[in-house]
Design a protein around this ligand. Structure first.
Ligand code: UD1
Ligand code: MG
Length: 451
């Protein structure tokens, strides 16, 4: 089969009033990525080369997201909301080129899979003029009903326009549709707004296409996949479905999760095989974890690269720009930010390592702090391979500790330390023999005198 050209028109002009948000609905994230990003991703994975997003008046925030995330996507503005067919016509300039396949997707329906989009495209390739994605919701109220005759889809009836008998139908329109691009512009322009809502219904394309001799096909999708988001309650439901899919995929790919329901993944989390993720771990965007690494309970990772066999937590936080080398350890109550921890290095307890380089096999004692910020600028700390930083040391950046350097516990290090040198940056100890006994005796005598 020769490669078919394809265009996805993603409807995102809704106000999203019920989200009660200053953020446009389609920019609300699922797994750390705006819903719209999920839809664009599914379209791209289904081999759909061109993508247009229909935004409402003032879709500036959506355009800004697209400029960064999908610069090749076209933004089409639908100034007045006059129905789903009217919305698709906002991308009319792209329809004029008559791509083979035109898929109409919703920006607020982010769980649709590339497989389903590919099934819709396959039906077009087999000659359908219109492909409707149907589903069987637990409660069909509010959805367009798929009207079939002799097992063939003949019309979609919107709830408000339906007869009681039609309302009893459980097979509903998910809203996502696919069209042969040939003559589509004409077909859409022929749709009228003679209905209960006075809107131009995309769903009317079914009857019109049939009248023109086109074949119309209904495919069924699992209800979970076409769940649309109108409220934050539905946003949470979509997130839950996304997470359970992603956890399952991770486990099937060789990741161990003893309590998967407590692990939260981001849209781009990469976990290699034999990674162990203990309970209550949260992955923000931009994390990859290599083979055999262990993430103990209650960790939070974001923008971090973890190399093979490394160990994190329990209760550790890896912030953006962290690279944890092979076999390295970031233990309990350790925070790492914009820092490379070399292979086999250990930061085992209660430390903050920020804007730093820690060489291989270095040992960072409990309570070590890199003082990276002076209130205006961030400064770097460099710790050489095999260095030993005693517990409760403050390394005041910019500062460097040479390879094999040794910092005495409790030091405040403000100057560079040479390789293999010892640095003591603390007051020397003063011992006063018998002082404590004399002190106590004096105090007791004072109290006895008062009594
Ligand atoms: C639509 C379908 C209905 C289906 C339901 C599934 C039509 C006529 N009806 O109904 O059969 O069961 O979706 O959820 O298509 N939009 C625009 N511009 C507009 C109108 C809508 O961008 O002028 C966008 C909305 O933001 C939304 C989507 O299109 O993402 C669907 O619009 P909505 O008003 O929710 O349609 P429904 O009445 O739910
Ligand atoms: Mg709707």
């Amino acid at each position: 089969m020769t490669e078919r050209t394809a265009l996805a028109v993603i409807l995102a002009a809704g106000d999203g009033t019920r989200m009660r948000s200053a953020l446009p609905k389609v920019l609300h994230p699922v797994a750390g990525l705006p819903m719209l990003g999920h839809v664009l991703g599914a379209a791209a994975s289904a081999g759909i080369g061109r993508r247009a997003v229909v935004v409402g008046a003032g879709g500036a925030a959506v355009s800004a997201f697209l400029a960064k995330h999908a610069p090749d996507a076209l933004v089409a503005e639908q100034v007045e909301r006059r129905g789903t067919a009217h919305a698709v016509l906002a991308a009319g300039a792209l329809l004029a080129a008559e791509p083979d396949d035109v898929l109409v997707l919703y920006g607020d329906t982010p769980l649709v899979t590339p497989e389903t989009l590919s099934r819709m495209r396959a039906a077009l390739a087999e000659g359908a003029a219109v492909v409707v994605l149907g589903f069987r919701p637990a409660d069909p109220t509010g959805y367009g009903r798929l009207i079939e005759e002799d097992g063939r889809l003949v019309a979609i009836r919107e709830e408000r326009d339906a007869t009681p008998a039609e309302r009893a139908i459980g097979f509903c329109n998910a809203g996502l549709m696919a069209f042969s691009g040939k003559g589509l512009l004409d077909l859409l322009r022929a749709i009228s707004n003679d209905n209960a809502k006075g809107e131009f219904y995309l769903t009317d394309a079914v009857e019109l296409a049939r009248a023109r001799g086109g074949r119309v096909v209904a495919l069924e999708a699992p209800a979970e996949e076409v769940l649309g988001v109108n409220t934050r309650v539905e946003l949470a439901a979509v997130e839950a479905i996304w997470q359970s899919r992603a956890r399952k995929a991770a486990m099937l790919a060789g990741v161990t999760m003893p309590a998967p329901e407590t692990v939260f993944l981001a849209h781009d989390t990469r976990l290699d095989r034999d990674v162990l993720v203990e309970p209550n771990v949260v992955f923000g965007p931009g994390v990859s974890v290599a083979e055999g690494a262990v993430i103990h309970a209650f960790c939070h990772l974001e923008g971090a690269t973890v190399e093979a066999g490394a160990s994190i937590g329990p209760f550790a936080r890896l912030r953006p720009g962290t690279r944890l080398g092979a076999g390295a350890r970031a233990g309990n109550f350790v925070e790492v930010k914009n820092a490379e921890i070399g292979a086999g290095a250990k930061v085992n307890h209660l430390s903050y390592i920020g804007d730093a380089f820690v060489g291989a096999q270095a040992n960072i004692g409990a309570g070590t702090i890199t003082c990276n910020y002076d209130g205006f600028d961030k400064h770097r700390t460099t710790i050489g391979a095999g260095a030993f930083i005693g517990s409760n040391s403050a390394l005041v950046a910019p500062v460097a500790i040479g390879d094999g350097g040794y910092v005495a516990s409790g030091s405040v290090i403000t100057e560079n330390v040479d390789a293999d040198a010892l640095a003591l940056g603390r007051a020397s100890q003063v011992a006063k023999p018998g002082w404590a006994a004399r002190f106590r005796a004096r105090k007791r005598a004072e109290r006895a005198g008062r009594g």
